[in-house]
Design a protein around this ligand. Structure first.
Ligand SMILES: [Zn+2]
Length: 634
């Protein structure tokens, strides 16, 4: 490159060869940036060896932001070739695009999307996402119960299957179609013409459509034998099945003025799944009430009940409650998977170093109180059961008192509180210690009495596992003191307090680099240096994550293992601030927020999510120090 010869005209650049030129041209045509800025970026690109996308260089030079990049792609998708778009979306590299282009002649008749799929450069979710961006069509996920069966019966299943296309809903003027290949215009037209309506297309992931077809085929074989299925039974089954498949924790059936809304709580957040007409919803609620042994004649009182079902081969308990509202009964079902709930201790998402300490310094200690703490929905029960599972051996007698028993564990004695049957929490507590247990599990410490029983049992040589409702580990200690338990009893019986939170993880299908909000980043303990040098990610929202940008959850932990210094501090009844400081200095206590920070640095979650979930804790530790303490090689 001869930039030192000023008189010579600059060598003409063959624009068509510039990687990412399509994006630059769109910016230019829409007066977003000037010709000279583009030329500058091209020069930078060439200096860097010409294998970086122009858009990446625009972003690095601060000419456009990540958000603008995303917006331009969304608004101008049609102007890109699919291959270019997939590169812009960051799914493949420029080299991989070349690889796909070179493979083209050897795969005659195949389109770019299919070629990239067969070379395994992208997965089918990414293809669906890219098509959705390119064609400005929504990416959608549908379930069997969302398909209008009457509409479907107008078409030959084979024709639909061959084209991977499902007409699933129609209005007066439109017929909605979901398909894997929205460019299959002939088939789309045919469906529209047959209903004499305008076709409205959305994109579905190929394997999802395939599995729907296998179910539709199975069903058509079944129902050809015996017709007259009760549609309400079918709808209820459909809702339960769909909730189990989605790993939902709760089902909400909510009467509104116009219709009834059905939402699932997934990863802690409510997601709107479908609507039902009022009259049908009434029957759905009645059916669920029958199944959960509620009084169906009474819809003016709040009720609760329980039902056990086998859904999709999984034994599931549903804890059902109704709440009478202006427009009818609001019904909420908590989903309790009988076996799916028990996880091995190695699978509770605990950092390996921390897990070793939890096993050997906490669970393996034969006596003492172990508290697991956090708000409702923080995964305490899962951790409690995995600890029980870890301690469950033929030589150990484990007895539980729960309200109610949530998961059945083989080999241990479990008891549900049942006041009606004369087994109150208090009576059961007295009875449990006479049963010669090694390990006592109390579902929850709820008052002074249960706290005293826990401490007394530990004093007499038992191991006690229980949960508590406090913000963090130090808060757990304080709460015991405030319940009137003597500080010398606390300091001599409590072995450890584990605080935890569930935190949403970034959706893998729409993950993108971005710059987090500086103020929030600072509040959770990230300094400018780290902000500048680390690439942060977030999800931008897609079909996989229902537009939330998050998919799945992981757990944050704060493990306090009491040592002499901390016991001393408790005995001296120091303030929570002092106890926290002593614990940090002498036991290597890492706070929930510090664990959150660690997860952010490992691209698991976002700065915003850590800020939303964790209690504020002032930390003097640097990111490097936290990562070192977590056992990262640096
Ligand atoms: Zn997503």
């Amino acid at each position: 490159m001869s930039s030192e010869a000023p008189n010579k005209p600059k060598p003409a650049i063959s624009l068509e060869k510039v990687p990412g030129i399509r994006f630059a041209k769109i910016l230019l045509n829409n007066n977003i940036i000037s010709q000279s800025k583009i030329e500058k970026a091209i020069r930078v690109q060439q200096k860097l060896g010409g294998n970086r996308l122009l858009s990446a260089i625009f972003i690095e030079l601060g000419i456009i932001s990540d958000d603008e990049h995303r917006r331009v792609i969304r608004n101008h998708g049609r102007e890109f070739r699919l291959g270019e778009l997939v590169v812009e979306l960051g799914y493949i590299s420029l080299e991989q695009l070349d690889q796909a282009l070179q493979a083209m002649p050897s795969m005659p008749g195949k389109r770019m999307g299919e070629i990239m799929l067969s070379l395994e450069l992208i997965n089918e979710r990414q293809l669906a996402q890219a098509l959705s961006e390119q064609l400005a069509l929504p990416l959608q996920h549908i379930e069997l119960d969302m398909i209008d069966k009457a509409l479907l019966s107008q078409f030959s299943l084979r024709f639909l299957h061959n084209n991977l296309m499902i007409p699933y809903h129609e209005s007066e003027t439109k017929v909605s179609i979901i398909c894997a290949d929205p460019l299959n215009e002939a088939a789309i037209r045919e469906i529209g013409q047959k209903r004499n309506k305008q076709a409205e297309v959305s994109i579905g992931i190929q394997s999802m459509l395939e599995s729907l077809f296998s179910k539709l085929t199975a069903r058509s074989k079944q129902t050809n034998g015996d017709e007259q299925d009760d549609p309400i039974v079918e709808i209820v089954d459909g809702i339960l099945l769909s909730a189990i498949r989605d790993y939902a924790s709760d089902i909400h059936i909510e009467p509104l003025q116009e219709n009834v809304r059905i939402r699932f709580r997934m990863d802690g957040v409510l997601i709107h799944k479908m609507d039902l007409p009022n009259e049908m919803a009434h029957k759905v609620v009645a059916r669920i009430k029958v199944l959960s042994e509620m009084d169906i004649a009474d819809s003016r009182k709040h009720q609760d009940g329980r039902m056990a079902q086998t859904v999709h081969g999984i034994d599931v308990d549903f804890r059902v409650s109704t709440y009478v509202t202006t427009f009818g009964e609001n019904l909420v079902m908590r989903i309790l998977r009988r076996d799916g709930g028990i996880r091995s201790i190695d699978k509770i998402n605990m950092n390996p170093g921390l897990l070793e300490r939890f096993k050997h310094e906490v669970l393996d200690v034969p006596t003492g109180v172990v508290l697991i703490t956090g708000p409702t929905g923080s995964g305490k029960t899962t951790t409690l059961y995995s600890a029980i599972d870890y301690l469950n051996r033929p030589s150990t007698k484990i007895i539980t008192l729960e309200d109610p028993v949530e998961y059945v564990v083989d080999g241990i004695m479990q008891c549900s509180v049942d006041v009606k049957a004369g087994r109150s929490f208090e009576d059961s507590l007295k009875a449990i210690v006479r049963q010669d247990p090694d390990v006592i599990v109390l579902g929850e410490i709820r008052d002074q009495m249960s706290a005293e029983v826990a401490v007394q049992a530990a004093l007499t040589g038992h191991k006690v596992l229980t949960t508590f409702h406090t913000e963090d580990s130090i808060g757990g200690l304080l709460r015991l003191m405030n319940m009137g338990i003597e500080s010398f009893l606390i300091s001599s019986t409590v072995v450890s307090i584990l605080a935890q939170r569930l935190i949403r993880t970034i959706c893998p299908d729409c993950r993108q680099a971005y710059m987090p909000n500086k103020r929030i980043a600072k509040l959770i303990g990230l300094d400018d240096e780290v902000l500048k040098n680390h690439t942060f990610y977030r999800g931008t929202g897609c079909g996989t994550c229902y537009g939330t940008g998050y998919h799945g959850r992981t757990t944050l932990h704060e493990l306090l293992v009491l040592n002499e210094e901390v016991r001393e501090a408790i005995l001296e009844e120091k303030t929570s601030h002092e106890i926290r400081q002593i614990s940090c200095d002498s036991t290597n206590l890492l706070s929930l927020m510090e664990d959150g920070l660690y997860q952010v640095m490992h691209d698991k979650t976002t700065v915003e999510e850590v800020y939303r979930i964790t209690p504020r804790s002032l930390s003097n530790r640097s990111v490097t120090e936290i990562c070192r303490m977590m056992g990262d090689e640096i």
